[in-house]
Ligand binder design. Structure first.
Ligand code: FES
Ligand SMILES: [Fe+2]
Length: 425
């Protein structure tokens, strides 16, 4: 058990206050309408990774209900990644019906108009029958698209106020250099949850729930103080984004982030306890240890990871405003999006990335983790729809937050600030 100093996280951010937080934003349709207009149609949104579209012509389509948009993201022949509305310039049929694929050009299935990979209109059947049609004026409508550390972001605002770098770097500049490009094997789950997007995200931005919701699965992975609490190492709140750093219990399979990749002493430490309490997890770790094709050495960590320098650091949660949860460990990471479909409906796209495994044992370990992490995710999802229904009864108007739920408070605060900002003339 590790001695952790009790922090008073809220004291550093007096502007956030310490009082109860209204729950109206979780159930109000009018509030959601403002979120759509002022946040989702104005902000950089993560839509995927560059590895998904490695070759010229590779594309995927993202339907973003909160933006009322369907966006084609495609790599062109020069290697650039472009985003454009999936709307034909003629009579507005959707250009692409498939969710992903490969194309030399995009042909509309209605009347055959053709567009290149940059969205330029290149072909119109019976062109001579149109009236003064200048093809240069009728390309697909482009959407701002930029890449950060291999993550593709789009912005529906025709003139984004901040570049993607300006948006991300104040909070996340010091995690640049994490080897996202070497940690590309993994698994994903997609599901619709009947709750507000903020309510879903909140369940992932505090560790207070771990001892209860995950009491029988991964609770022993988190470092526990003498009073049974699981205080975070630290929390950081910025203008938009926020971060939480968590210490682990190195004597557990999930709590020792180096066990599977480094093997050796780290793995023995993790197996010691687990062999009795979690024999299957321990067997999976034994099969997989040392099998990862890429091992992140501690000295290679970008300085923003484990920023408190704690020896038992387990992972950092990075919440990229508005709805992107990016949790980083030395050797695997989770990228979850909580995409609003409507006020009370959220699409969860959960992706977990590992380094490739060199041996059958390593692949067995990955299969084990896939199931283990799925169960953890199901535990996280178990409260959401019930909570949403309970909030909607209107019995309680406010929620009460403790010090370690600072990120929940900050999330509500940032959304509220932007929703209520005076619109510029
Ligand atoms: S709607 Fe696309 S070619 Fe007519
Ligand atoms: Fe959880």
């Amino acid at each position: 058990m590790n001695k952790v100093i009790k922090l008073h996280l809220h004291d550093r951010y007096p502007e956030l206050g310490k009082g109860p937080v209204p729950v109206e934003p979780y159930i109000s349709t009018a509030y959601y309408d403002k979120e759509q207009a002022r946040i989702f149609k104005k902000t950089w949104l993560h839509v995927g990774r560059v590895e998904e579209i490695p070759a010229a012509g590779d594309y995927f389509v993202k339907d973003l209900e909160a933006c009322e948009a369907s966006i084609i993201v495609v790599r062109d022949k020069q290697g650039a990644i472009n985003a454009m509305h999936n709307v034909c310039s003629h009579r507005m049929n959707q250009i692409v019906y498939e969710k992903r694929g490969q194309a030399r050009k995009f042909f509309c299935k209605f009347h055959g108009w053709a567009y290149d990979l940059q969205g330029n209109l290149t072909g119109v059947p019976e062109e001579g029958s149109f009236f003064d049609l200048d093809k240069c004026d009728h390309g697909l409508s482009r959407v701002a698209c930029e890449v950060w550390q291999g993550f593709i972001f789009i912005n529906l605002d025709p003139a984004p106020e901040l570049s993607l770098a300006q948006f991300l770097q104040p909070m996340f500049g010091d995690i640049e250099g994490y080897p996202f490009d070497k940690i590309t094997t993994g698994f994903q789950w997609t599901t619709v949850v009947n709750c507000n997007w903020k309510l879903a995200l909140d369940a992932f931005q505090e560790a207070y729930h771990v001892a209860y919701v995950h009491g029988h699965s991964i609770a022993d992975a988190i470092d526990t103080a003498e009073d049974g609490a699981m205080p975070p190492l630290d929390a950081l709140c910025g203008q938009f984004h926020r971060r939480l750093s968590i210490a682990g219990n190195p004597r557990s399979v999930y709590g020792n982030p180096n066990a599977v990749t480094a093997g050796g002493a780290e793995a023995s430490k993790a197996i010691a306890d687990s062999a009795v309490k979690k024999p299957i997890a321990a067997a999976a770790l034994r099969a997989g240890m040392g099998a990862a094709s890429y091992h992140f050495r501690k000295e290679d960590l970008p300085k923003g990871m484990n920023w408190t320098g704690h020896e038992n650091w387990l992972f950092d949660i990075n919440v990229v405003f508005p709805d992107f949860y990016l949790s980083l460990r030395p050797n695997y990471f989770q990228a979850y999006n909580f995409r609003p479909i409507s006020q009370g409906k959220t699409l969860l796209e959960a992706r977990v990335y590992y380094p490739e495994m060199k041996t059958a044992g390593g692949r067995f370990y990955l299969e084990y983790m896939k199931v283990a992490l799925r169960d953890v995710l199901l535990e996280d999802l178990s409260t959401l729809e019930r909570t949403q229904s309970a909030v909607q009864t209107g019995v309680k108007k406010e929620m009460i937050l403790q010090d370690y739920e600072l990120l929940v408070r900050h999330g509500a605060h940032v959304v509220d600030r932007i929703v209520n900002e005076e619109t510029k003339a």
